[in-house]
Design a protein around this ligand. Structure first.
Ligand code: FES
Length: 126
């Protein structure tokens, strides 16, 4: 399994502001697990920067949400609904719970509302 991946051709899309508390979710090709059903989710931080991660908990490698596009707890951490692992939204680092590896981060650049995904990188060990 690879730790990081660069897309030969970057994937571009327009940011669409999701409903409050929900993430913007899309399919990306060549996901880290090789399972094409893996999706990526994105949030806009208070600073305006957008961050994205693949929707796989690093504890048991299952989706973090209940398929409802809600990934955050009341404190703003990414939370796994199964056993409660918490991840830092800004970095994807594991901060609490049974997961000891950070989320797989989507590498992206922004130009206004245009998002350009260039690849992904697996998270660090806590
Ligand atoms: S599967 Fe996510 S914390 Fe266990």
């Amino acid at each position: 399994m690879r730790d990081e991946h660069r897309y030969e051709t970057p994937i571009e899309f327009d940011w669409i502001e999701p409903e409050d508390g929900k993430a913007f979710v899309i399919d990306l090709p060549e996901p880290p697990s090789g399972d094409k059903s893996d999706q990526a989710f994105f949030y806009r931080l208070a600073s305006g920067r957008i961050v994205g991660y693949f929707n796989r908990c690093m504890h048991v490698r299952i989706p973090l949400d209940y398929d409802d596009r809600r990934f955050l707890d009341s404190s703003g951490f990414v939370v796994c609904r199964v056993h409660g692992a918490r991840y830092d939204l800004e970095t994807g680092d594991a901060v609490l719970g049974p997961a000891y590896t950070g989320l797989t981060r989507v590498d992206l650049t922004m130009d206004g509302n245009r998002i350009r995904v260039t690849g992904w990188k697996k998270g660090k060990m806590a």
